[in-house]
Every structure is written in C-alpha cells, then in structure tokens.
Design a protein around this ligand. Sequence first.
Ligand code: IPM
Ligand code: MG
Length: 361
Amino acid sequence: MTNYKIVVLPGDGIGQEVTTEAVKVLRAVGQGVGVGFEFEEALCGGAAIDAHGTPIPGATLDLCRTADAILFGAVGGPKWDDLPPEQRPERGLLALRKELDLFANLRPAKLFPMLVDASPLKRSVVEGTDLLVIRELTGGLYFGEPRGIEKIQGGMRGINSMIYTTPEIERVARLAFEVARKRRRKLTSVDKANVLAVSTLWRQVVMEVSQDYPDVTLEHMLVDNCAMQLILNPLQFDTLVTENTFGDILSDEAAVLAGSMGMLPSASLGGKTALYEPVHGTAPDIAGRDLANPIAAILSAAMLLRYSLDLPAEAERVETAVLRVLEKGYRTKDIHSEGTTLVGCRRMGELIVRDLETLYT
Ligand code: IPM
Ligand code: MG
C-alpha cells in the first residue's frame, strides 16, 4: 500500500480547528481509495514562538523537507502583534515558502452557485466567477534587499526593495501558462509597467515565455485597473499571474467574489514538497469557538491530492462532497443566510466526511 507522509502545521487561531477537519477528510480518502496517510504535526507561528522562541523551529523545517506534502492552517494573532516584523509568527510562513522554494501560489476563486447571495456583489456581476490567481511567492518586496528601518539625518527611513530576476519571472510565467492551458486558455499578467522598472522586465519576460504557448491568449493589465476589473467584471478572467505583493492584495479581493474568505483554498508549488493552506487568517475573534468554516482547508486538502499526490479523481470526490453538503443547505456562520442550516466547524467537517464516504461505497 502506498503510504504518504503529510506534515500538518495547524499554527494559530482557527488554523487548529480547520486543519483538524481537513485531516479527517484525508483519512476518509485514504480509507476509500486504499492509500495510507501518516500525519505528523509540528509547531509553527505563534505557537512555536511560545514554545521555542522562534516562529519556525529547525525541527519543523527538517520535518517539512521529508514530507510528501504540507497541510498548513494559519499563523498570527494579537498576542504577537507587538513583535518586530522579523520575529512575528508570519515570518514562519515566509521562511517556509523561501526555504522550500515555493515560488508559485495558486489561489482559485470559484463561486459555488448556491453561495451567490453570500457575495456582497450583485448576482448579475458575480454569478459564474471561476478564476485563478497565480501569485509569485518568493520574490519581490517580501524578500528584496536592502530592507529595514534606519536612522537618517532628521528622522528615519524605511526601505523595502522590489526585485525580480529574469529566471524568477520566467519560472512562474511558465507555470502560469501550463496551468492556463489546462483551464480556459486565457492568461492575464498583472503589473505596473507604466511606472515600475521591475514591471517592465516582468512584462518583457512574460511576453518571451508566451512564444512557447501560442494556444494561450495572453493579455497584460495594470494592477490598479485589475483591482477595479475584478469587481466590475470578474467573468472576463480565467488565469492571472502576478508578482508577490500585487498577488497578496488581488487574491484577498478575489476571495470576496467567492462569497467568503472561508471558501478559498491555496497551493504553494515549486520545490519538492508543496504546501497547502486556506487563504484566510487565524480569525482570533472566533477562534476556539467552533465557528470557523473548514471548507477552505478541506479544499486545500483536495488541491494536495491533485498536485502533490497525483490523485485527481480523489480531489474531485472531495470537491463533490463539499458541493453536495452545501447543496443540502448546510452553512457555517460566514456563509449562512436565511433558509439554510447553520452548523459549526466540526459538524461541517463531519458532514463532508460522511458524504465523501458515500462516494466510496
Ligand atoms: C497571505 C498572507 C501572508 C502574506 C501573511 C500572513 C504573511 O497575507 O498568505 O496572503 O502576506 O503572504
Ligand atoms: Mg494575504
């Protein structure tokens, strides 16, 4: 029997609750299809700061390197908010991305038909939204040097550097074209080429890579316009590719299109071991109260099955189970509306597992 080793990094806040449900779903898949899963939990984020004084202990990183895939929850919280950026829980996640060379972050925003009314946008605008943001994840402002705060005459100066090299742009562009090819074959590259030198290079390299993908329609869009177009006419988009900071911002905006942040999964690919995490954060206001939506984490587990374990049929089964539970009218608080049945995080997980089990019998 094939045996997969999955490292689980629940992190902080609702990260704990939602990864627990995602693990249950993977166990059910394992039983259904006859593969073994070995789950190893490790510390990351605020929990690791409290236990070891660092957001990403060496032991966690080592464990991650030996895994078939990583299932991540969320990190951060008010308890650690006063720490300097270099020591914050978020640093743990950034270090993981960099150390494991996870340069491409896939964030699909697909609006489930029964959740149209959970979106603050008009049905006529948002219905049918199905797009994918590919965010470059290991370069740009997040990692560029020089960085920091320094003293200058008359005050202080804060610095971050947006830097991209040709190979860094090329690899994420290539991956984006490959992904777009498997979707509706339209790729929008988002930049700020009317102002930034980095973006001029970005656009050039993306155009060069596009030569190898004549079957994919490429368009370029300035990031400010893209922010507007996403809510004006989301149906025009299929696959988007953009640098780290733009992708961070645009993917939160795209999350609104899917009804709730609680619905959005993500995959961070590139190196040998990929990482899967819900796009939402730790939601300290609802943490520990069984109120979180586990669907983003569960759909992240589906992405894990698809991209790391090459089990696309099982990924689809998980997605179908989620769809069917929503069709039956079950909703967590974030997507609840009149006439639907309000359930907690655990119950939502249970319902999805039970539905999944029926798909295997
Ligand atoms: C995200 C988050 C992270 C980021 C934070 C937690 C460091 O906002 O994954 O989008 O900025 O990349
Ligand atoms: Mg973000």
